[in-house]
Design a protein around this ligand. Structure first.
Ligand code: BEZ
Ligand code: FE
Length: 271
């Protein structure tokens, strides 16, 4: 089926669902006007991607795009707040970043053989302890809580950050809509990671914190149990002084596995 045919089918399906809703709920002219006004506000606020997220469309597209039966780390949506070009570094926040210090570490391996993958790039981003991403918060420096780092010869990585908090979606028409219908506006605390490694399929995902708030009612429905890891608290004074820290810290361990890239069509060995 070509692109225009798919588009015609999609328009037909969406129109039918909208007409069915109008008939079932006996939607009035005033309600239609209000709905169109809302969509205008969403456009003005640049929140159509956010609307797709809270309607569950982004997660549904992720599910049809990435086969959950494939081996390797599960995917999750990128979300609207990725910024390319983050600094290459293993500490992605300020020394005195508000919040609890957290060391995130683990291994990157080949999902089919289990072999460690050196040189895998992890592009990481998250919200600060105040519940905002750096670009939404004038108190945070440019690219704060964003960073890129590489796995070492043994495929291991470690970065220093802070424990992320649950995240309320930005203010605006989409947030107001959810509030009005009594729906949760928060996402559970999470780290975003974009992984890439030569010869492997890239993977974009999110990591969640076991036992955290909103794991069961993520406003975009992106939580997967296999993307959930445990935070461990460390408050032994000897361990603290060894790490040069004056307060308890947390660790979070998560291992990633990447799937070898499918050979490109037409890319023969030239013989
Ligand atoms: C986030 O990952 O932070 C996010 C994703 C979708 C909508 C809003 C926020
Ligand atoms: Fe996020």
């Amino acid at each position: 089926m070509d692109a225009d045919e798919r588009l015609r089918l999609a328009v037909d399906r969406v129109s039918a669902a909208l007409r069915e809703t109008v008939e079932e709920l006996q939607v009035t002219e005033n309600e239609l006007r209000a709905a169109l006004g809302f969509l205008g506000e969403v456009g003005q606020a640049g929140q159509f991607p956010l609307l797709a997220d809270v309607l569950g469309v982004s997660v549904a597209v992720d599910e049809v795009t990435y086969d959950a039966r494939q081996p390797g780390t599960a995917s999750s949506v990128e979300g609207p707040f990725y910024r390319p070009g983050a600094p290459v570094r293993t500490q992605i926040c300020r020394d005195d970043e508000p919040g609890d210090v957290c060391f995130v570490s683990g291994r990157v391996t080949d999902a089919t053989t289990g072999a460690p993958l050196p040189g895998a790039l992890l592009d990481v981003w998250q919200a600060g302890a105040g519940g905002k991403y750096e670009h939404e918060d004038p108190e945070q420096p440019d690219y704060n809580l964003r960073g890129r780092l590489y796995s070492d010869d043994g495929g291991t990585y470690e970065l220093r950050t802070v424990v992320p908090p649950p995240y309320e979606i930005p203010q605006g028409p989409v947030n107001r809509l959810l509030a009005r219908i009594g729906r949760n506006r928060f996402r559970p605390a999470h780290f975003h990671v974009k992984l890439s490694c030569e010869g492997y399929e890239p993977r974009t995902t999110q990591l969640f914190l076991e036992g955290g708030a909103h794991l069961d009612d993520d406003t975009i429905g992106a939580v997967k149990p296999e993307l959930t890891g445990r935070l461990e608290k460390h408050d032994d004074p000897e361990q603290l002084s060894r790490g040069g820290l004056d307060r308890p810290f947390f660790t979070y361990v998560y291992d990633f596995a990447l799937v070898p890239a499918a050979p490109r069509e037409g890319a023969g060995d030239g013989s």
